[in-house]
Design a protein around this ligand. Structure first.
Ligand code: ADP
Ligand code: MG
Length: 697
């Protein structure tokens, strides 16, 4: 039965069919429920007035009141403007209009008192506000007003007069109607324990807060609720799987033991051994494994993934490994082929560019069971890819795939779901992991293979290039190899390519005796491959490249990474690039080259890189600097489409929400207690609207 909040938005007073179509298209607002959850993204502070003397340039928007003493038109052409001088007890300031001069000339009269609202800026010693909102001072507005909500809108909406102000009117209308329809969605015990505002109050104060405190309480309440239900869903998913989903029990480690004794290329680290044990325990349990394997760049996840494959292969099942890019898939294929060959196990690579005939052969081999390991990109998810008996699905994802895509792999086996291992090459901050991977068990490789020395990272200004080149010469003479990386960002591709080529030429001039490789995205794949191979074999000593090498070759002898225009890279990208060196026994270096002029954020990024090699710490800082939406690939995940909570900032709240959800599910897994009825109802409501919920029942 559709409820009040399912009412089409068209039926709200002041909307109608035309505006309704606009709201549908521009803001995805279809129902009353959608509108009421379209929260303001900021608030203009009309609660108080500032005196002119108090103004600073840092203030976002301020309200001042005073008398206009004089007005005049100054300047010509584009500089032509109307200036009104506003005076209060503490000083004088200017109100300035470049547009609508005629209109304002009539509206603003010397001798009258006004309230002006806008962003203050300073010219010389004097403050001014450009294009302020002005109102004549009245007994009504002289006391100050509310925190004025500002809603996200689009340019199209603005042009069609559906701006933030219009939305304010609609929200007011809706809140009056909705007053008695808003139900509490959290149990009383939780509200009491965390001293949360009730739902009805929160909905009112999030749109029309009385003061800063009530706004903060409303935000806190709604954030908690949002995070709580996400966590509850993920935890419930995990619980249900553990109870219900069988997995093939792989109890025979004979192949793994054989590989271990005869072919293992190096001693495994203790962390690698521990993780393999954890995974083996899952795979032999008879329950489906859903595990996340985290490990910094170079921590040796590949060999661990092969060890796990051997466990499944030993039980006569097949294995699949899915990577986010073609280059990564190829790299995995190359490494794993070597191992597979030693063990006489069939293996194939399937990507978008696999030829039709080969594709057919692969499909057949998989169905018949003669092909045992399949490596590939998301091409693996295609309908035609059917296994005889898929026992283990590994996803190397660098958080690029979402929950939905992950679960697609499950259906690749008919009777029993395959065991699933998700590997992330980039460490993920805890809050993000809790949300992106809250439904998985976690293993961490927290140790690098022995003999690796921590990479020394230094920041150098472009003006120190001679000194840097001198250092590179020393390193090359000592037999090392060097990467020099240039940024390549799509918007300015041409310019970047020019920088790269210019850079290449000046490096050729500075190192006339050295063989130098160059690799960039515009080159043909085989030309790229050829250059990378030359560098890998040590035939060239310098590799000039764009970020294509981020996921490319593994050259242990390369011990210096120079990153040009380092200020233009994101933190996790810098860390990934740095991970290309430090793979051999030699001391490795990372040189971050920048110009003198750096933004605050760039400075923070560079400082962080210089300070630490710890991927988790770096990811944490990255999250704080950029917010989760911008972190590598998380946009597609869907889990992060949060209405109000911010995973970068609401860490404590998230922790509390998760702990509460765990506690509730532990005591009452089916949410049968009367105190949890509210939760059960809300889950049912959300299940209707969110696809993912349906998996739980
Ligand atoms: P990542 O975790 O980034 O995927 P890889 O699996 O590519 O790391 O391993 C990085 C490098 O370290 C590879 O050259 C690999 O052969 C090597 N390696 C992995 N484990 C060990 C180990 N236990 N001892 C020595 N070298 C190792
Ligand atoms: Mg890897």
């Amino acid at each position: 039965m559709p409820g009040f909040f399912d009412t089409p938005i068209e039926y709200l007073k002041g909307v109608g069919p035309q505006r309704s179509a606009l709201l549908n298209k521009q803001l995805n607002i279809f129902t009353f429920g959608d509108l009421i959850q379209h929260y303001p993204f900021r608030y203009e502070d009309r609660t108080r007035f500032y005196s002119i003397k108090e103004l600073t340039e840092e203030m976002p928007f301020v309200q001042v009141k005073g008398k206009v003493t004089k007005k005049e038109i100054i300047g010509v052409g584009a500089r032509k403007r109307l200036v009104a001088y506003l005076v209060d007890d503490t000083g004088e300031m200017e109100l300035v209009w470049f547009q609508g001069i005629k209109w304002m000339l009539e509206k603003v009269q010397p001798g009258m008192e006004y309230v002006a609202f806008g962003k203050p800026s300073k010219y010389g010693t004097r403050f001014s506000i450009a294009h302020p909102e002005v109102e004549v001072l009245t007994t009504k507005n002289e006391k100050g007003g509310f925190l004025q909500p500002v809603y996200p809108i689009t340019e199209t909406l603005r042009k069609r007069y559906l701006d933030s102000k219009a939305l304010v009117k609609l929200q007011q209308e809706l809140l009056i109607l909705a007053k008695d329809k808003i139900h509490e969605t959290l149990p009383g015990s939780i509200i009491k324990r965390f001293k949360l505002m009730d739902k009805r109050g929160a909905m009112r104060h999030i749109h029309f807060p009385e003061n800063h405190q009530s706004l903060a309480q409303a935000q806190q309440r709604l954030k908690f609720e949002e995070l709580f239900y996400i966590q509850l869903r993920l935890l419930k998913l995990k619980l249900v799987r553990k109870e219900k989903y069988r997995g093939q029990a792989f109890t025979d480690a004979i192949l793994l033991t054989q590989f271990y004794n005869e072919h293992l290329p190096f001693q495994l680290t203790n962390a690698q051994k521990r993780v393999i044990k954890e995974i083996y325990a899952d795979m032999r349990s008879g329950k489906q494994m859903n595990r996340l394997l985290q490990g910094d760049v170079g921590s040796g996840k590949t060999i661990v993934s092969f060890a796990c494959m051997l466990i499944a292969l030993g039980g006569n099942a097949q294995c699949a490994l899915m990577a986010p890019t073609e280059i990564l898939a190829q790299q995995h294929f190359k490494t794993l082929s070597k191992f597979a060959e030693q063990m006489h196990i069939t293996i194939a690579l399937l990507t978008g560019s696999t030829k039709k005939a080969e594709r057919k052969e692969i499909h057949q081999g998989l169905r018949e069971g003669s092909l045992r390991i399949l490596i590939g990109t998301h091409a693996l998810l295609e309908e035609e890819v059917q296994f005889k008996n898929l026992g283990l699905a590994i996803i190397d994802e660098q958080h690029r795939f979402g929950v939905a895509q992950r679960s697609k792999l499950w259906s690749k086996n008919k009777d029993v779901y395959p065991h699933v291992l998700v590997m992330t090459a980039t460490p993920i901050p805890r809050t993000l992991a809790m949300t992106l991977y809250g439904d998985l068990d976690v293993s961490v490789i927290d140790e690098l293979p022995s003999g690796r020395k921590p990479i020394k990272t230094v920041h150098k200004y472009d003006s120190h290039r001679l000194e840097v080149n001198g250092f590179l010469k020393e390193q090359i003479q000592a037999g090392r190899q060097v990467y020099i990386v240039y940024p390549l960002i799509e918007e300015s591709e041409k310019l970047d390519l020019k920088h790269l080529m210019d850079g290449y030429e000046s490096i050729c001039r500075a190192f006339p005796d050295e063989a130098i490789s160059i690799v960039h995205g515009k080159m043909k794949p085989d030309a790229k491959e050829y250059e990378m191979a030359r560098f890998a074999k040590g035939e060239t000593s310098i590799m000039v490249a764009t970020t294509v090498i981020e996921v490319g070759v593994d050259v242990p002898n390369a011990s210096v990474m120079v990153i040009e225009n380092a200020e233009r890279f994101g933190l996790s990208q810098l860390h990934q690039l740095r991970g290309r060196v430090g793979r051999g026994a030699e001391q490795s270096y990372c040189l971050l080259m920048t110009s003198f002029k750096l933004s605050t954020d760039s400075k923070k990024r560079i400082e962080t890189m210089v300070r630490t090699n710890n991927g988790f710490e770096i990811a944490e800082t990255d999250l704080q600097l950029r917010g989760p939406g911008d972190l590598m690939g998380t946009q597609q995940s869907g889990v992060l489409d949060l209405l109000i909570a911010d995973l970068g900032k609401d860490t404590k709240l998230l922790q509390a929400a998760r702990e509460t959800a765990i506690e509730i599910l532990e005591n009452d897994p089916d949410l049968k207690h009367s105190d949890n009825q509210v939760i059960r109802e809300q889950v049912a409501r959300m299940r209707k609207s969110v696809v993912n919920w349906s998996r739980i029942s």
